[in-house]
Design a protein around this ligand. Structure first.
Ligand SMILES: Cc1cc2nc3c(=O)[nH]c(=O)nc-3n(C[C@H](O)[C@H](O)[C@H](O)COP(=O)(O)OP(=O)(O)OC[C@H]3O[C@@H](n4cnc5c(N)ncnc54)[C@H](O)[C@@H]3O)c2cc1C
Length: 201
């Protein structure tokens, strides 16, 4: 069974940003030497349907599905970030030892688990989480998982719409980055972020 430092369920803006932010810490902290990450995602993201005119730095008129493809390509440039297609049907465990099972019959273990599955439904069995009505959805019958600043309990996080973020790209993506920084900060034992600066101007 493949073992990861963090398993992220969901490959929309939230899950991919979380994975990229975590992986981008490689080489910046000693504790990153043995870390590896998995984003496991089913086919559909809300971004697949979007036409984007209001995402900063993204050219007006960009199709959401093209942006998603671009982000996946960026994610694939990080050797310790693995992207895998699969539908998670069961997840269980606690900090240090979460197990995730897919409909395709694969199993993975992770030290941390991040749920970034969007706000339509939550049907993954085995996790003791409280599913409640989404607090910021313009449409009825959308859900989120009850959490405190992205944390459900020790080792278990939520990001993006399933965490209660408004249904905007920047909000979902930012939520994924925030969870990544929280996990990195736990490993660092202090508050950290991941920044780069140019060699010269
Ligand atoms: C029609 C439309 C137009 C939009 N237009 C704009 C816009 O103009 N500007 C803007 O800022 N935002 C727009 N948005 C909103 C934006 O697309 C969302 O806010 C964003 O996609 C939410 O990101 P997320 O990662 O939280 O969820 P999602 O993008 O929904 O991603 C959820 C991920 O979880 C995966 N998943 C779910 N369950 C499982 C499971 N059991 N196992 C494995 N994977 C699973 C899905 O396959 C997907 O990869 C639009 C959305 C729609 C629908």
């Amino acid at each position: 069974m493949e073992k990861y430092s963090v398993i992220i369920i969901g490959g929309g803006p939230a899950g991919l940003t979380c994975g990229i932010t975590l992986a981008s810490a490689e080489g910046k902290f000693d504790f990153m030497a043995d870390k590896k990450f998995l984003v496991i995602y089913d086919e559909y993201s809300d971004l697949d349907k979007a036409l984007l005119n209001n995402v900063p730095a993204v050219e007006k008129g960009t199709k959401g599905k093209d942006l998603l493809e671009k982000i996946r390509k960026q994610a694939e440039t990080y050797p310790k970030l693995n992207l895998k297609k699969g539908k998670v049907v069961k997840a269980y465990g606690q900090k240090g030892n979460f197990t995730v099972e897919t409909a395709e019959g694969e199993r993975f273990t992770g030290e941390y688990l991040v749920i970034a599955t969007g706000f339509h439904k939550f049907e993954i069995e085995g996790l003791d989480v409280e599913v409640v009505p989404h607090r910021k959805s313009p449409r009825p019958n959308k859900i989120m998982i009850k959490n405190q600043d992205g944390r459900v309990r020790d080792g278990l996080f939520v990001a993006g719409l399933v965490a209660g973020a408004p249904t905007m790209y920047a909000s979902a993506s930012g939520s994924g980055a925030e969870v990544a920084c929280d996990i990195l900060s736990e490993w660092a034992g202090k508050t950290v972020v991941v920044h780069d600066v140019p060699d010269s101007d």
